[in-house]
Design a protein around this ligand. Structure first.
Ligand SMILES: NC(=O)c1ccc[n+]([C@@H]2O[C@H](COP(=O)([O-])OP(=O)(O)OC[C@H]3O[C@@H](n4cnc5c(N)ncnc54)[C@H](OP(=O)(O)O)[C@@H]3O)[C@@H](O)[C@H]2O)c1
Length: 291
């Protein structure tokens, strides 16, 4: 039996993980916290929480995730994505615990045109990616046991995300423009939560101290994703492709961030659903039947 701390549990992934373990796990003991219960940037609070509750596994779902705002809030983004993560890692090290941490495809610059591998050189383009990479490095340097999972384009029925934004926009507008020059893979946060649960269950030595990639299968642009969402909801909005320049932003996003999932599929012996299949499942949880 493990005592498991889940941080940032009011977010997309934290909520999905709660759903998965409530349904499947009657062995382990979970502590779901968000910033009100446990602020990961407070080193003392983190250390005391782990000690008082005899925590031996931490799943860090807490993060500063606003990619654009991070350019103006560098210190806060770094405090949460780097220093907060360092606090968790050091406390895990003190207790011989395992830290399962989520990172991002935005640690890459997107200049490749074949799927990224875990061994590829990182080169984040913006503050969000830079702070997430510092968080990863802080974990590795702490000497704690860890599993780092880099994911991409996360969505869920919880929180704010592209799928829910497009649900609303395609319902309200006659036509919208969506960028077609950024290519990657959407990830249903529920599928990622299932994978985290599998890692908790296995908790084996050969899984630990590694970086993995996880997204759904397949490849698309944000434009393709928006077209699929429009169709799935039965909306008749005209979705048109456009270039990133048409939406000026302070931060350049990687133009290509498809992740190669071979490593996680082999070690966990899993098959990963295609993004279209997982998108349909998420839409069904929003109360809409599409088939
Ligand atoms: N969203 C994506 O497209 C995406 C893509 C790739 C990777 N990821 C990574 O996947 C992970 C999960 O992302 P998500 O979309 O589930 O994030 P999310 O919905 O933004 O949830 C993050 C949660 O962390 C909380 N939090 C912020 N600061 C905290 C602190 N100091 N202490 C404790 N909790 C704090 C947030 O609270 P507030 O809302 O009050 O700030 C929020 O509830 C993150 O590591 C993210 O970097 C996300």
């Amino acid at each position: 039996m493990h005592n498991i701390l889940v941080t940032g549990s009011n977010g997309q992934l934290g909520n999905e993980l709660r759903l998965v373990v409530e349904k499947k796990d009657n062995v382990n003991n979970y502590f779901f916290t968000d910033v009100e219960e446990l602020d990961i940037t407070n080193k003392n609070d983190v250390s005391q929480f782990l000690h008082a509750n005899n925590i031996d596994i931490v799943v860090n779902c807490a993060a500063y995730t606003n990619v654009d705002k991070a350019e103006d809030e560098k210190e806060i983004a770094d405090l949460i994505n780097h220093i907060g993560v360092k606090n968790l890692a050091e406390s895990c090290k003190d207790r011989n615990g395992l830290l399962i941490h989520i990172s991002t495809d935005y640690v890459f610059d997107g200049t490749k045109n074949t799927p990224y591998k875990e061994t590829d050189e990182t080169k984040p383009l913006g503050i969000y990616g830079k702070t997430k990479l510092r968080g990863e490095n802080a974990i590795i340097n702490s000497g704690c046991d860890y599993v780092i999972i880099r994911t991409s384009w996360l969505y869920s029925s919880y929180g704010k995300n592209f799928l829910k934004t497009m649900q609303k926009l395609t319902a309200e507008k006659e036509s919208i423009k969506v960028v077609f020059d950024q290519v990657g893979t959407p990830t249903n946060a529920h599928d990622l939560a299932e994978v985290i649960y599998l890692i908790i269950q296995k908790n084996e030595k050969d899984i630990k101290n590694q970086i993995y990639f996880f997204s759904n299968e397949g490849v698309c642009s944000w434009f393709d994703f928006a077209v699929a969402i429009n169709e799935a909801f039965g909306h008749s909005c005209k979705v048109q492709p456009c270039h990133s320049e048409e939406f000026p932003s302070k931060v350049t996003r990687p133009s290509f961030s498809v992740l190669d999932k071979k490593k996680i599929k082999e070690i966990l012996e899993i098959e990963i659903p295609h993004w279209r299949v997982s998108m349909s499942k998420c839409i069904k949880t929003l109360g809409i039947i599409i088939d």
